[in-house]
Design a protein around this ligand. Sequence first.
Ligand code: SF4
Ligand code: SF4
Length: 121
Amino acid sequence: MVSPKKFRPRMLREVIGTLVKAPATVNYPLEKPETPKSFRGRIVFDSKLCVGCKMCMRDCPSGAIRIEPTEVEKRFKCAISLDRCLFCAQCVDSCPRKALATTPEFELTCFGRKGFQDLHK
Ligand code: SF4
Ligand code: SF4
C-alpha cells in the first residue's frame, strides 16, 4: 500500500498535469473534426462507370445496395439504404469499374426511414 506521504505528491503531479494538458475531446459539432484519408463515410456512385455487373450487391454483407437499370440503355442507378449500410466499403472494393467510392461525409442523420434511401442516378 502507498503511504499517504508518497501518495500526495503523486496525486498533485497528476492533477497539475491534467490541468495543463490539451483536452482529449473535440468541440463537435461547433468544430468539425478532420477525417483521415481512408475514412469510410457516405458511398457515392458514378453511373457513367457502372456496367451493371452487381458484384457490389452480391458482396454487400447487409444487403444495403441495389443496382437497377434505367430507361437509358446500359445505364444503371444505385440505391443505398443508409440505415442498413455498415460503411464497410466492401462494395467499393468489389466494384471492378471503380464506380463506387467512399467520402468523408458522416453527418447522415434524418427524421424517418425514408430519408435514409440514398439514390444515385
Ligand atoms: S459500405 Fe458495406 S454495407 Fe454499405 S453498401 Fe457497401 S458493402 Fe454494403
Ligand atoms: S460492382 Fe460496380 S460496376 Fe458492378 S454493378 Fe456495382 S457499381 Fe456497377
